[in-house]
Structure formats: structure tokens, C-alpha cells
Design a protein around this ligand. Structure first.
Ligand SMILES: NC(=O)c1ccc[n+]([C@@H]2O[C@H](COP(=O)([O-])OP(=O)(O)OC[C@H]3O[C@@H](n4cnc5c(N)ncnc54)[C@H](O)[C@@H]3O)[C@@H](O)[C@H]2O)c1
Length: 282
């Protein structure tokens, strides 16, 4: 399965990173957002980021131009018809993703792989709304996608070996380190990471220490690059809540039961860096 043309759906934090990663790997990339202006704005912001890298001497002007030249922005789903691989990276909501997968299945050419960048949701449920469940898998990048080396390749029960091999080869071609994992909520990283993040909020609620000191402790004591509250803000508090809810729904482990503070902050629209306000202000 040769992957030359990739479709990315969603222009949020992860969608924009995925577009840059795939275009850097020399692939043609079509980014689809629900509105043309959002899709165009996303390409403009990738272009701005590349211009900064040229300024810093991390890329040449020609490289930046070539990367942008490989990206096109669309609002019409049917523009993804001739992609070899489509990765959806829209909001972490099962019903939204299921509706999108069903629509994509009717649009994307036969034999193409349809993948999800979901952090926790059951990939098999997305596969089963299509007529090509053997061609569906998870390709889970990490935030920020341009910098983080890991990609989890998630294998639902329906996936063909050739799909998993092609997805793994795609991640490698993007310069990433792929690992293969079964279709279980949270896969490897989030299943281990989120009890820690949730327990940091519990510790804050219990008044054990203040937020800045908890972050300082985990950086200085464990050599983590950032503390749990800075990481929650980076991931997005709505996405973090959706991840915990999906983990709890699957395993009923109390460590996955989202702390009330997180749920209230999401209700208040404090979603982290993307809204410039979360545990910290930006
Ligand atoms: N944030 C992270 O750290 C991270 C890391 C890895 C994977 N992910 C996964 O990536 C996906 C996207 O997360 P994100 O952080 O980019 O979120 P985000 O909030 O930055 O972006 C969400 C995108 O979904 C679109 N969207 C919202 N509702 C929609 C709908 N009803 N139909 C179609 N599109 C809709 C928005 O317009 C936006 O483009 C999620 O599945 C998330 O779990 C997130």
C-alpha cells in the first residue's frame, strides 16, 4: 500500500501539527476543515511557523516553500477522494467521529486507509460504521506533533495486517517512532499518564501543595520537562476530560474518574492554552 497523498481532517492543535509533519515527509497533504477560512488560516499559521524556522536557520527558504507547496486546504470532504490515507483529528467525541467515518467511507477511494488520531476512543466502533473495517486503524500522534517522536499504531480487531504495516511505514516515513498497541482505551501512553494527571488535581483539591509547587516538584524530582498542570493546559482540558471519561467508561478504575475541578473548569470554558486560560493564564 503506497501512501503518497494524505488527507487530514480537523484544524485544531493536532490537525495543524499533522499537516506539517506529513508535508515535511514529502507527501501531498489535503487539510479539510468545516469552513474554508479556517482551513486557509491553518495553512497560513503553518507557513508563519516555517518562516520563523527559516529566520532561525533551522530550514532553508526553499524547504519551507516546498513544504507549503505540498499542502492544499479544502472545506469539501469529497476533495479527499483520491487520498491514500485519511487521518481524522477532530474533537474527541465518539458520535462526531462515527458520523465523520461513515461519511468518509462513502467519499474516499476504495482501498484507502481511514485512520483516527483519537487519544482513547474505541477504534473498532469507528471501523464498524464503514464498509472497510479492515482498512481502519488508529494513528495516534503526540502533542506537539512536529516535535514528539512517538506514534501509537492502534490495531482494532477488524484491521488487516497490511493496514497496520502501511500505517507503521507511514509513521516511520514521517520520521517518528511507531509502536503497535491493541485497541484499548488510552492505548499505552494515556492509560499510564492520565491517572498521574488526575491525581495531581486530586492533590491540589486536597490542599497538599499549591499548583506551582506540584509542577516544580515533578520537574525537579522526576526530571519531567513540565509539571502536570502545565501538561494538562497543553493537552487541552476538554480533551483531557474526554480522555478520562473514556478511560473510566472502559475500566471503572477510580484513578480514571475525572476530578470535579477539571469538569467545572471545562464547563467554565477554561480549556488551557487554546483559550489562553486553564490552570495557568497565557
Ligand atoms: N491535544 C492533545 O494533546 C492530543 C494529543 C494526541 C491526540 N489528540 C486527539 O486529536 C483529536 C483532536 O484534538 P485537538 O487537541 O486537536 O483538539 P482541538 O480542540 O484543538 O481541535 C478540534 C478540532 O475539531 C473540530 N471540530 C469540533 N467539533 C466538530 C464537529 N462536530 N465536526 C467536525 N469537526 C469538529 C474543530 O473545529 C477543531 O478543528 C482528538 O481526537 C484528540 O483526542 C489530542
Amino acid at each position: 500500500m503506497a501512501i503518497n497523498k494524505v488527507g487530514i481532517i480537523g484544524s485544531g492543535i493536532m490537525g495543524s501539527g499533522l499537516v506539517e509533519v506529513a508535508a515535511r515527509a514529502g507527501l501531498s497533504v489535503v487539510v479539510r476543515s468545516r469552513s474554508q477560512s479556517t482551513a486557509d488560516a491553518m495553512v497560513a499559521s503553518v507557513s508563519k511557523g516555517l518562516a520563523k524556522q527559516v529566520e532561525k536557520g533551522r530550514a532553508t527558504e526553499e524547504e519551507a516553500k516546498a513544504i507549503i507547496g505540498r499542502i492544499s486546504a479544502v472545506s469539501d470532504l469529497s476533495a479527499l477522494a483520491d487520498c491514500d490515507l485519511v487521518i481524522e483529528s477532530v474533537v474527541e467525541d465518539l458520535e462526531t467521529k462515527k458520523a465523520l467515518f461513515a461519511e468518509l467511507d462513502g467519499v474516499v477511494k476504495e482501498g484507502a486507509i481511514i485512520a483516527t488520531n483519537t487519544s482513547t476512543l474505541p477504534v473498532i466502533e469507528l471501523a464498524m460504521v464503514t464498509k472497510r473495517p479492515e482498512l481502519v486503524c488508529g494513528i495516534h500522534f503526540f502533542n506537539p506533533a512536529t516535535a514528539m517522536p512517538l506514534v501509537e499504531i492502534v490495531r482494532p480487531l477488524s484491521a488487516a495486517d497490511s493496514t497496520i504495516e502501511a500505517a507503521t511505514a507511514f509513521a516511520t516515513a514521517c520520521g517518528k517512532q511507531p509502536v503497535q498497541v491493541k485497541d484499548r482505551a488510552g492505548f499505552i501512553v494515556n492509560a499510564l499518564l492520565f491517572p498521574y494527571l488526575n491525581n495531581a488535581i486530586r492533590m491540589l483539591e486536597q490542599g497538599t501543595a499549591n499548583m506551582a509547587d506540584i509542577d516544580t516538584a515533578m520537574k525537579g524530582g522526576c526530571n519531567f520537562p513540565m509539571g502536570p498542570f502545565a501538561l494538562l493546559d497543553l493537552v487541552g482540558l476538554d480533551t483531557s476530560l474526554a480522555i478520562l471519561d473514556a478511560l473510566y467508561a472502559e475500566f471503572r478504575d477510580p484513578n480514571y474518574a475525572a476530578m470535579p475541578t477539571l469538569r467545572r473548569m471545562v464547563a467554565a470554558g477554561k480549556l488551557g492554552r487554546k483559550t489562553k486560560s486553564g490552570f495557568y493564564d497565557y
